[in-house]
Design a protein around this ligand. Sequence first.
Ligand SMILES: NC(=O)c1ccc[n+]([C@@H]2O[C@H](COP(=O)([O-])OP(=O)(O)OC[C@H]3O[C@@H](n4cnc5c(N)ncnc54)[C@H](OP(=O)(O)O)[C@@H]3O)[C@@H](O)[C@H]2O)c1
Length: 245
Amino acid sequence: MLKNNYKTALVTGASSGIGKETVKLLIKNNIKVYAIARRKNKLIQLEKATGCIPIVMDIRERKALEKLKKLKIDILVNNAGLGRGFTEIFNTKAKDIDTTIDTNVNAFLHLLRCITPYMIKNKKGHIINIGSIAGLYPLSNSVYGGSKGAVHLINQNLRIELSGTGVRCTEINPGRVATEFFRVAIDNIKDRKKMTTGLTVLQATDIAECILFAIKAPAHVNVSMIEVTPTEQSPGGVIIKKIEN
Ligand SMILES: NC(=O)c1ccc[n+]([C@@H]2O[C@H](COP(=O)([O-])OP(=O)(O)OC[C@H]3O[C@@H](n4cnc5c(N)ncnc54)[C@H](OP(=O)(O)O)[C@@H]3O)[C@@H](O)[C@H]2O)c1
């Protein structure tokens, strides 16, 4: 049992990467975990390995989302996300804008709307919002970066909205992590490889540990934001390019 007496968690995007490792770590810490994703086979494997409770759903489906209101959740790990449109806006497909914003922003907000009322009523709870360094620094991807920039400001606003309720919220902004993210985000294999080679990237377990650190903080401590990158990756800088004639 954690110090804050949290008993239940809901983890979105639990079929792979950060979500999957978070489910494993929370269960090791005696939390009952509901695990959400679309791929049933992956969730069943995770259920067998950990004892989590699988919920097969697309978080963009509003009706299915509303049903989550009946769950008594102490910890929400608002993690499901993707990076379709991981390129310049003028090279982005229309469908990829919708998929990214519907998942990373719209569904993300609706999850907060559906899950926070129980926490507020219970005067206890912790929301972990998974952002990205792409939401803090310009990295030349308007769609994905814009969606994660929204996550950053949503978390900041949420902290104010939740003040006086006893419910905490934490934003975790990772740099590159070795997950399925880049397979989903980038179709071209060469471009995809560039994202995860040439440096020692973070592992999903590194992010799960950050999440546990925030959750385990004493009840009077709110870890509001964690930015975590590979040692060999530093965001920021200025680009200067001559206009070609
Ligand atoms: N990897 C990185 O370098 C990195 C860096 C910074 C931030 N992040 C963020 O970290 C979070 C987790 O990503 P990851 O790196 O662990 O990537 P991942 O391995 O691709 O995991 C993404 C998860 O989200 C789920 N998901 C996507 N769309 C969904 C939907 N509509 N409904 C339900 N579940 C959905 C996927 O499951 P199904 O396909 O089975 O539905 C999968 O479990 C994302 O928000 C991502 O933006 C990643």
